[in-house]
Design a protein around this ligand. Structure first.
Ligand code: 5GP
Ligand code: ZN
Length: 136
């Protein structure tokens, strides 16, 4: 737990998020600056900086969960594919220093617009979350 970590605050429920899924190891919620509809994050409940710090047994559960959530997101938003992405370290574009995995449903073949996501329409996010949850 890091007192200054925004994802720890989300994990503890002290900062709101639009949750999709949670279990003993992970929480999934919608990204606040989505680059596509249904862009979700999977974070570890525990605070780990990035992939090298995450125990192997946790990492081993992450990809099956990403697969499951990606399938639900693709169905939920009517996408045709998805990207799974982990930024590790500031030089690699990691802005939040708490391990997380991006699942980004895709509908076209354009380059991944990683830094072009504007703020989400907060009135619409709960409906997007429901669309995904309904396909879990
Ligand atoms: P990174 O660049 O670290 O891989 O991505 C961090 C992601 O977290 C970004 O896509 C950003 O939009 C998202 N994010 C940052 N702060 C918050 C927040 O408070 N709530 C939510 N839902 N997403 C956040
Ligand atoms: Zn944290």
């Amino acid at each position: 737990m890091s007192d200054t970590c925004i994802f720890c605050e989300i994990s503890k429920g002290r900062i709101p998020s639009i949750r999709i899924y949670e279990d003993a190891d992970f929480i999934s919620f919608l990204d606040i600056n989505p680059v596509a509809r249904g862009h979700l994050l999977i974070i570890t409940r525990e605070h780990y900086l990035s992939t090298p710090e995450v125990p192997d047994e946790i990492l081993a559960k992450a990809l099956p969960l990403a697969k499951r959530l990606a399938a639900a997101a693709v169905l939920g938003v009517g996408a045709d594919g998805f990207n799974i992405l982990i930024n590790n370290g500031e030089k690699a574009g990691q802005a939040v220093g708490h391990w997380h995995l991006h699942v980004i449903p895709r509908k076209d073949r354009s380059e991944l617009p990683l830094r072009e996501g504007g703020p989400a329409d907060l009135t619409k996010l709960p409906f997007t979350a429901a669309d995904i949850r309904n396909n879990l």
